[in-house]
Write a protein that binds this ligand. Sequence first.
Ligand code: NAD
Length: 506
Amino acid sequence: MNIKVRNPATLATIVELPAAAPADVVAAVARARAAQQLWQGTSFTERARILYRLRDLLLDEGEKLGDILTAETGRPRAEVYGNELFYLCDAIGTWAKKAETYLSPQTIKPHFALVKAKKVTTVYAPRGVIGIISPWNFPLTMTLGEAIPALMAGNAVVIKPSELTPLSAQFGAEIALRAGLPENLLQVVVGRGETGEALIDQADMIAFTGSVETGKRVIRRAAERLIPVSLELGGKDPMIVLKDADLDRAAGACVWGALMNSGQICTSIERVYVEAPVYQLFVDKIVAKVRALRQGASADEVDLGTMTSETQLKLVETQVADAIALGAKVLIGGRRNPALLGYYFEPTVLVDVDHSMSVMTEETFGPIIPIMKADDANHALRLANDSRFGLGASIFARDKVVVEHLTAELQSGAVCVNDSLVNFIIPDAPMGGRKDSGFGYRHGAEGIRKFCHQKTIVTDRFGLKEEFPWYPATQKKAQQARHLLNLLCHSGWRHKLRAFMGLIRS
Ligand code: NAD
């Protein structure tokens, strides 16, 4: 069945695309495999040169990219440049500069005395064809952004973008070809879940970003072929605001961190815990800021656009209705925007919420700020950790000791202190989750090494005719091995001495 790509602001169909059948995916991966054979022989400098050209072309084509991205997501244009393009350009620069350092052979000094004489190195080699399966919330960042380190590591890439937003990835791949990337090295297969499954059946590794439920299906299928996967899944990021915090900064960071891209970010602030003495003041500041926000079509000067999918909009409506039914109060928003046609949900502030409500426990992925009062820092911490997710978190406080305690105890892959969301845009720093938020990292050394086989090479230096553990296995050797182990590993000096004497005698 064809894929209809719709504009969530106008609800008009932008284009209808054929979905790639399993046979199309088989062919795409075969082409990618052939292209990768040559690509793995190129130097980091050559790869970087092409990526820098790609970056220039992305900037030259900024207007067209903006049109495509805003049309398929319903986001404000400012977000496209300020987030997606900004991120991608910086990520290209980072990987182009740092890939060689991250992937250079490493010398290892063995700890154990008996193998100290060996030369030990570990090297990184590309895995082959990387399958990238991505969500719709950042159609360029989650596709091309993940492909860049895989390509820099010498792999070919086949992207299966979300069926809701395939156009940005398609355009990105087209530009990459114009920038000089070899044909078939970076391909896009458009389709739904079945296309993703076909990719899992063919690729050498899957980098998956999406929901927890799909992530579990992906890893189950990948297990059949024993191929590695990285899983960047959902989040329910808490924000803690303590009584000594700079409340103006906290409120600004909260509103932006919760509502950017209409809250459709894995690391959006999804629940806020505020220490009792500053609770009311903080809530008032948030409501004032949210009231000033402008929502509308992406071509206008607006702060918030639409949500990207109707399914997601309905999920947000359900969570808000469920919270209200259980006693939550809407201070602002709380409904679809009645003045606008598309999937617009008004930015919403909820209070009187608790953990019996899905809006505080399940991922919302919408423009909602639920705020709960906490007795003190430890109460806020307990509430923050009371979640099946563990992606990001943020803390607003001044007391360094308390901040240190909270950062250590928060069960999340990242903590932003007196800030929000910002860790994602630092490609040098590892980003990943724990609990149901998945495993594996994007960014940092791990973010590129995951796309490589690691091979350890041990080279003998002395060329002896015989080594101690080799055959024949004699009683005498067994005795000597025992003495040697005692000498090297036992902590009692009497044992060491006895072992030493035993070795001399043997
Ligand atoms: P989703 O799980 O519905 O879909 C993700 C991708 O998986 C899509 O391309 C989809 O077509 C594909 N897919 C569906 N079924 C499949 C199957 N059986 N086999 C293989 N592929 C299959 O997620 P979504 O709704 O597109 O995205 C939203 C989710 O993504 C949220 O939970 C969000 O938190 C998460 N996300 C996480 C991060 C992160 O870095 N942790 C970043 C962005 C988004």
